[in-house]
Design a protein around this ligand. Sequence first.
Ligand SMILES: Cc1cc2nc3c(=O)[nH]c(=O)nc-3n(C[C@H](O)[C@H](O)[C@H](O)COP(=O)(O)O)c2cc1C
Length: 219
Amino acid sequence: MSDKLLVLIGSPRRQGNSATLAEAVRRGAEAAGTDVALRFLDDHLTSFLRDCRTCRGPDGECTINDGYRALFFQEFLPARAVVFCSPIYWYGMSAQTKAFFDRCFCHYAASSPDSQGVLRAMAGKRLGLVLASEETYPGATLGIVHQMQEFSRYTHSDFVGVVHGVGNSRCEVRHDPADCVGQAERLGAEILDRRYSDYRLDTKRASVVWPGDAGHAGQ
Ligand SMILES: Cc1cc2nc3c(=O)[nH]c(=O)nc-3n(C[C@H](O)[C@H](O)[C@H](O)COP(=O)(O)O)c2cc1C
């Protein structure tokens, strides 16, 4: 797996709010020396998932004829980190973003020729989520955050951060007083090495999280 970051934009708006935040993720990552690729899902996906029984070829390969396969195999699977940038549509992620997740089934299902290799490559990534919405209340994001959390758990990935930008007209997130653009830059800069923890009962750990706070150890 390369140390590359893939930024996927799930909005059809080229100069929209998800794209503005995705560009900020890219800026932050590039400033930190990370190799980044940024892609609009609309350029690669033209179909939803279909019934695999009707559309697998004789060799078991998916026959949906669009750019998903290339995006998935050449950019998603090799990436060490992926940041999904989506507008909030009806309190969920955009259909483009959801279709990206659904379509990976074509390649990891047991009926696909290299499903084991695909499953191995899907695992262990560092994942980030960037959302743009008109409404400000945190509840609007919860369904999507939960879905990403479950995808991360299922794939043994690290869900390292969420940025929620508020805006409606194109690029309006730049005026969000919570500085979501700055937060997105920071997510990009830190995506490969931001501290991530998800303990279990038996996780061995120090009593402090941040080494600089060692003076308070034992409290
Ligand atoms: C079909 C549709 C559904 C939307 N649903 C919501 C919603 O449920 N909650 C919300 O806060 N904003 C909603 N919005 C507003 C967008 O999330 C908002 O305009 C966002 O900034 C768009 O991001 P984009 O510029 O990347 O497309 C909706 C917009 C559209 C077009």
